[in-house]
Design a protein around this ligand. Structure first.
Ligand SMILES: NC(=O)C1=CN([C@@H]2O[C@H](COP(=O)(O)OP(=O)(O)OC[C@H]3O[C@@H](n4cnc5c(N)ncnc54)[C@H](O)[C@@H]3O)[C@@H](O)[C@H]2O)[C@H](O)CC1
Ligand SMILES: [K+]
Length: 449
């Protein structure tokens, strides 16, 4: 049971390919079931465990876990709605010598293990089965999902049948997209990986603590990174982004636009057509508070023509031509509405949409949300889940844009800069606790760094 940070994300198809390449599915199931049993014993104390087993190999993992718990002397019962239908699950079922209670009449236990369906789920659950799954979960103190909470898809975060909210999901062999993507992810609770030794390769990974560029004895303010923030109609937003860039670690932040006041570390200059020609500018951030009028349009055109690495956010995303050729490294920071507006609506998974957008616009995309997906044109993807729900407040996007500018100006390549900023922003939100405002989040950036 290990943390998932930095681990590859596999779809159901790539998972099956990894299993086939391994060759010994029976050994994999034995390992998976043993891993589930070990985790359950660690968390259950002396409490009784009830394992719900489905018809496929997810159910097979459940039977193996039940046998392992029994052998270890742990009180355990099994319930199922249907007989096993795969050879592996039948073999696992045959090794369970205790009774199998019908799901509909199963007695609750304090610890519930959901081994009904995993990566093979192809349609909604039978309504009566779903009802009893909820009944048993409501009576349990702890619900542990094997591989996935039964009812969610594997690859795109969809919910076919609403499962109970599990406390823990044990991802078998690899993390799957639905462990991270909403709405499925909210049913998984904490996600931990059970390593099956598959070492699968994937260009998609779970976000991990980044390698920040910390200052050294030879560092000066420009080498730490100079960020220019292009202001506009609402200077409050671009100032917030400016201060976020400073707090995220930029050595010098220039705010180009109107506005006065603290902090005095922020250098303020009025906007001019030549404002972005300073060769020391390592990143330009444009969009927070820019407005969408002709002035905004002119400023965006100047920024795009400047050849400086760019972070394009907020209003600037509404003025951008996604298909125009790029003259510089570019990071876009759209939320779902902005992705729709820029690239058209789609029912594809958030990971696929971010990837398609990045390739089409030849940019790094930070597709924001409670499940933020960062994608590069070369199809690398990293997903940040478990963000604080309290980030749903005005100004938090401006803070991310500023932090992204700081990371880009520090010399990190765009994909790494975007990843570092998203991680920093998420951790800052964690430090802030509840009911914080964007200004608090800015302060927390320093504390996380
Ligand atoms: N990843 C690994 O290395 C290993 C994974 N294991 C486990 O195997 C499952 C996937 O098993 P599979 O048999 O392919 O699918 P499920 O058990 O999820 O589904 C069973 C079966 O049921 C049918 N079905 C689909 N949806 C429904 C429905 N709503 N109602 C009724 N029946 C349904 C369909 O025919 C499915 O095939 C994976 O998650 C792991 O838990 C192994 O342990 C080996 C190692
Ligand atoms: K399950």
């Amino acid at each position: 049971m290990i943390p998932i940070d930095g681990h590859p994300i596999l779809t159901a198809a790539t998972m099956r390919a990894a299993e086939q390449a391994h060759g010994n599915l029976s050994a994999l199931m034995a390992q998976a079931g043993a891993g589930v049993a070990t985790a359950a014993r660690r968390l259950a104390g002396a409490s009784e465990v009830l394992v719900l087993c489905g018809p496929g190999n997810n159910g097979g993992d459940g039977y193996v876990a039940a046998v392992e718990l029994h052998v270890a002397g742990h009180p355990v019962r099994v319930a199922a709605a249907t007989e096993p239908r795969t050879d592996l699950a039948r073999a696992a079922r045959a090794r369970w010598t205790g009774p199998v209670e019908p799901l509909a009449t199963a007695r609750p236990a304090p610890i519930l293990i959901d081994a009904l369906f995993g990566t093979g789920l192809s349609r909604p659950l039978d309504a009566v089965h779903a009802m009893h799954f909820h009944r048993l979960a409501a009576a349990a103190r702890l619900t542990i999902a094997v591989d996935l909470p039964s009812g969610v898809t594997t690859d795109d975060g969809r919910v076919l049948t609403e499962p109970p909210r599990c406390h823990l999901t044990l991802a078998l062999g690899a993390v799957k997209p639905s462990h991270l993507l909403q709405p499925a992810a909210r049913y998984a609770g904490h996600v931990r990986l059970i390593d099956l030794g598959l070492s699968p390769a994937s260009v998609a990974t779970v976000i991990a603590r980044p390698a920040f560029r910390d200052p050294g004895p030879d560092t000066h303010k420009y080498s730490r990174g100079m960020v220019a923030l292009v202001g506009g109609a609402m200077p409050g937003a671009s100032e917030l982004a400016s201060i976020a860039a400073l707090r995220a670690g930029a050595g010098y932040v220039l705010h180009l636009g109107d506005g006065t006041g603290p902090p005095h570390a922020l250098v303020r200059r009025p906007w001019s057509a030549g404002a972005l020609t300073d060769p020391r500018i390592g990143a330009v951030v444009i969009g927070p508070g820019l407005g969408r009028d002709d002035t905004a349009r002119d400023r965006l055109a100047t920024a795009l023509a400047s050849g400086r690495p760019l972070v394009i956010d907020g209003d600037a995303l509404h003025l951008l031509d996604a298909d125009a050729p790029r003259s510089a490294q570019t990071i876009l920071t759209p939320h779902a509405g902005e992705i729709d507006a820029l690239f058209g609506k789609s029912t594809a998974s958030k990971i696929d949409r971010a990837r398609v957008a990045a390739a089409r616009a030849d940019v790094v995309v930070i597709f924001k949300g409670p499940d933020t997906v960062i994608a590069a044109p070369d199809s690398r993807v990293t997903v940040s889940a478990d963000a604080s729900d309290w980030l749903s407040a005005a100004g938090t996007g401006d803070v991310l844009a500023g932090a992204t500018g700081a990371m880009l100006a520090s010399g990190l390549p765009p994909f790494e800069a975007a990843t570092a900023a998203v991680w920093l922003h998420r951790e800052a939100a964690r430090l802030c606790g509840r009911s914080f405002i964007a200004d608090d989040l800015v302060g927390a950036l320093s504390r996380v760094r």
